[in-house]
Design a binder for this molecule. Sequence first.
Ligand code: BGC
Length: 935
Amino acid sequence: MEFKQIYINHMKNPIGFDFDSLFISCELSAKNYPEDLEKKMTIFCQGRIIYLTEWQTANDLSFKPIFKLTRKTRYEVLVELRSNDKFYSQKAFFETGLMNSFQQSKWIGSEDTSVHGINLCKQITIPKIKQARLYITGLGLYEAYIDGKKVGDEYLAPGFTDYNYYIQIATHDVSNLLNEPGIHTLQISLGDGWYKGKLGIQTHGGKANQYGNVLMANAELDYMDDSGIKHILGTDSTWQIETSHIPHSGIYYGEDFDETLSTKDLSTKEFKQPTKHLKDRLSLPIKEHEIFEAKRIDTIDHDIVLDFGQNMSGWVTFENTLPKGTKVELQYGEIIQKGNLYRDNLRSARASFTYVSDGTKHLIRPHFTYFGFRYVKLIGFPEDIDLKLFHARALYSDMEEIGQIKTDNTAVNQLFSNIKWGQKSNFLDIPTDCPQRDERLGWTGDAAIFSKTASYNMDTYQFNKKFAFDIAVEQSFRNGEVPLYVPNVDGKDGGKAVWGDVATIIPWVSYLRSHDSTILRQNFGAMMSWVDWIHDYAKSTKNEFLWLDSDQLGDWLALDTEDIMHLKGKTPDELIASTYYYQSVKIVAQTALILHSKREHEYYKLLAEKIKEAFITEFYTAGGRLITDTQTALALCLKLGLYPQDFHEEIVKKLVGRIEKDQNHLTTGFVGTPDLLPALSENGQNDLAVQIFLNDDYPSWLYEVRLGATTIWERWNSIQPDGNINKNGMNSLNHYSAGAVMQWVYEYLLGIKQGEQLIIQPQITPKFKIMSGKTKLNTGELKVQWRLADHQGSRVEVILDIPFDNPAQVILPRTQNWIDNGMKHQNGDILQSGHHEISYEPKINFINTFNVHTALNKFMNNQEITNNLKELVPFWGFLELPGNIDHFKDYSILQLSQEMKGIGFTPLNDEQLARIDRYFRTYAKEQIEKEDELK
Ligand code: BGC
């Protein structure tokens, strides 16, 4: 067994974070885990034990120590494990920051609000030191330097918060930068950022000074000299201020960086604390991650355009070789259109970086902005510039990548990559909608919908903790109502279903994934206040148990639209709003149970029951028919069990029928997309779900892949089949919401279901020969791999690595029993943690075959098949009449069987349909046998 890692509040050795409570967890990995493992934790501070547990049974590997933390203090954590004669141990540490206030420093800046880039400087003389820390924050964005070297490896600090309410302090270990006694120069460089630069969507292009107009910073350098005496040097009026080499920067604007500019001294002024609260950081640092090399592409206009092969968020850096005074520009964009770089979809965002060279060789990068891009156009560079000088660097919040899925289908693998890049590009301190245009806001609906997928791909606990805090802050000003985006820069609008439900969904998802209820406790008040807000609103309408009569965003960008703006689909607003009302109230009731709040649990449970009752009365006819048959409505009702008793079958049938009418393609928008395939797979229609997933014509996920996408688009048709971008004014090529389908892949195709009991139930499908994936659970990695061992689909192999303390119930398709590590098991048996190699022979082979859902065009050119179908499908003769096949080629036999009623054919009954499916299966089997003979 390997003791891999200790996490402190889901982070590795965190420094300067807000440790309002401690959750210490461990990660193990092993082929076999000992059964009688015991755990013990000791916390040391300066060599002294300050917290200690007894040896205790290790049923999970977490600890929740409670003791009073001291500011600016490092705590060493030792976790020991033992079983019989074996011992294991690991160490980690965490260090507290200022604990929410500076001691001796002042907020300083320049009163000149016309400047957009300043440096605060101070020369200091220090003796030989033992260690040093820099505690720092600033407004808008800051970077600190000691003797010209950047402090830390994070960018865009102090992150994006409602600065009026709180600003985050970071702690940096700067001992290495100050290890020589003598004179050192401290510098804090400031730019506008989210605080002062143009931002928001109420004013075209964004509005400046959303949170303030004075650039300022506050910092304390603490060091301990060789004799152990502590010193503090804080920002104050003795610091000098000058204009910087960055005269202009902004999130949408980009940056102007001129190293030939002569700087101007400004007078230093002390300011009152510009925010209600100072807080030790919640934000994970934003860091550079993947690095990409440039390829030059030919353009019609003969511009120099570099392609980095991946759409992302971040920036391009280059090694400066330009003569002094040369001015260059890098314009960022996502796509090539008509042979040139296209940037109209960035709307008013300038999204460019200009640089004036000082003639020295060094790395050039932007500082106080970032870009959403795959391409850059170089302007002003020599025609033969060496491309090796350029690199694109992806910037995102420093979350650990914990999940991955691979299959034998390269297009599907590319889709998974696109989904992850949608996440990486938009998880930049807050979950943004998109990284490129004049928006980049924390749209709550997008975040809610994608949060589960995000949590499988990366460890989002701390990221969510910060965002949940931001949401609660906004709610506290609005009586529980959640605005449409958080931080709520400039919007008045809020209180909309799905978007507002982020308040319950984000904490809930984090809890489900981590088994750490801290985030629930921290947000319980805010979660209740959201559902209470809806309930209060509902009381002012005709039914307090439904969410009616309010302005909603509906199924945003769905395709079954009746809306002339094509912004929302046909599913009634009231239906979506009421389903989410129900879901949030249920989440709050469950949260209350976990937090032992009995009264609240009873109250919200009853409220949920009342909503369900009211929902069924309102949205179903007396005979049990749902008032609408959109894919989204049916999927939502199935997911939440919102249908009259005994009507489950009926709803499933309705959904399948609806999809058939839509030619087995999705028509869902933001709201329906994450739930459509789960609704099918959960209800015996996995084949259909897989078919929709594997479509590669419009509209589908793989359509985007086929058209060369490297991220997920905002609209299903952001790019048209002819390669032209959809010019409707709202078209990001890096919008993650439709990527929420990956949750279905983790939960259904791989079959990972986390609940009170971990269940592994892969929905094996012959559309893949192999699928393997992993994600992390609370004690380590869960890996699942399934494989069809022969092409007859007559042998299945499943490999599982189940992490410690997560016994899993294993349910495999088309069998009653299976062999695991040589032992016979019944389907549904519980397997213990460790490595498992399972195999079985399915009752029915997994053969890739057509079926009654398959569109005719997939097989209509196959004479053998069509000859046989003539016998089995009564209306086949009609289809063969001139012109008909062409007209109906995109429909399936099942759908046509329904439609042919109109011309006198009786719809095929279940027995007839089964016979057709059997024929397809026999045909496929014969093909395989023929292939085998040829080999
Ligand atoms: C954003 C979306 C958002 C929507 C809602 C758009 O501008 O980009 O992702 O959820 O507005 O109104």
